[in-house]
Write a protein of this length. Structure first.
Length: 268
């Protein structure tokens, strides 16, 4: 099986004891490409994902400020993001968005930081990776107003909205990515959405070290487990897991315009 993990937080301390072994397990499992997210530990480590992309030709990076840490963002952080976004291994901006479930940052501040980053990503000509929890109305409205006209699209990561939310995202050029929670017994509604959206707009991810698949809940998640996401998506689409893996990997390469060598246009 050859598959893509389109969202993983490799820099998190949960991997400090076995990071190299974890990456090797991902390769053995068939992970041919991985997108390392560079926003999860806060704005003081905005470059956290880039070293992985520099050291491994199968890993790419993002930069961005997560809504949880929006209240910590300063002008220096935004300036730093503009510089980091020029790195040839950075292929997307994020994750960013709105989170009204935890409300770690005030909602108005989340919106301000989200809007600021939308403008920065547009200037950098990078697609965006969206984090949205319990905020779909506001999040999609902001994307429609401040981003849609860019034509750059992005990824609705770890999708948890409704089918109507997914359709709004699809209309704006977004890919829909499913994580380990699509395997959970009580998440039939996510599987129904995964069955309904066009196959060519589907992506797989782990959101490691979070959201381990059913059967591994309570344990640390890691990129090798993305094969479980493909297996469940295959079940709901009446396709072999290997085919889902191949199609979603091709979707990722097409969306990010990666060539046969795995290089971006910025590197070429």
């Amino acid at each position: 099986m050859q598959i893509v993990d389109s969202h993983a937080h490799l820099e998190f301390p949960q991997f400090d004891d076995d990071r190299d072994a974890m990456l090797e397990r991902a390769r053995v499992a068939g992970v041919e490409t991985l997108l390392a997210i560079g926003s999860g530990t806060g704005p003081d480590r905005l470059n956290a994902a880039i070293p992985f992309a520099e050291q491994h030709d199968w890993i790419y990076a993002t930069v961005g400020i997560h809504p949880h840490e929006a209240k910590l963002a300063t002008e220096e952080h935004f300036e730093r993001l503009d510089e980091l976004a020029k790195h040839p291994r950075v292929i997307a901006w994020g994750e960013m968005g709105l989170d009204y479930y935890y409300d770690h940052s005030p909602r108005d501040v989340q919106q301000q930081v989200f809007r600021r980053q939308l403008g920065q990503a547009r200037a950098a000509k990078l697609p965006i990776v969206i984090h949205c929890r319990d905020a779909w109305g506001d999040c999609l409205e902001m994307i429609e107003r401040d981003w849609r006209s860019s034509g750059l699209g992005g990824i609705l990561h770890c999708f948890t909205g409704t089918l109507e939310d997914a359709k709004r995202g699809l209309e704006m050029g977004f890919m829909i990515s499913f994580a380990g929670n699509v395997t959970y017994k009580k998440m039939q509604h996510l599987r129904d959405i995964a069955k309904a959206i066009p196959l060519e707009r589907l992506l797989t991810e782990t959101d490691s070290p979070f959201l381990p698949p059913e059967g591994r809940r309570g344990k640390r998640n890691e990129p090798a487990n993305v094969v479980e996401v493909a297996r469940v998506l295959g079940n709901v689409r009446d396709l072999p897991g290997e085919e889902i893996a191949a199609v979603t990997a091709a979707n990722f390469r097409r969306f990010f315009r990666l060539d046969a060598r795995g290089q971006t246009a910025r590197e070429g």
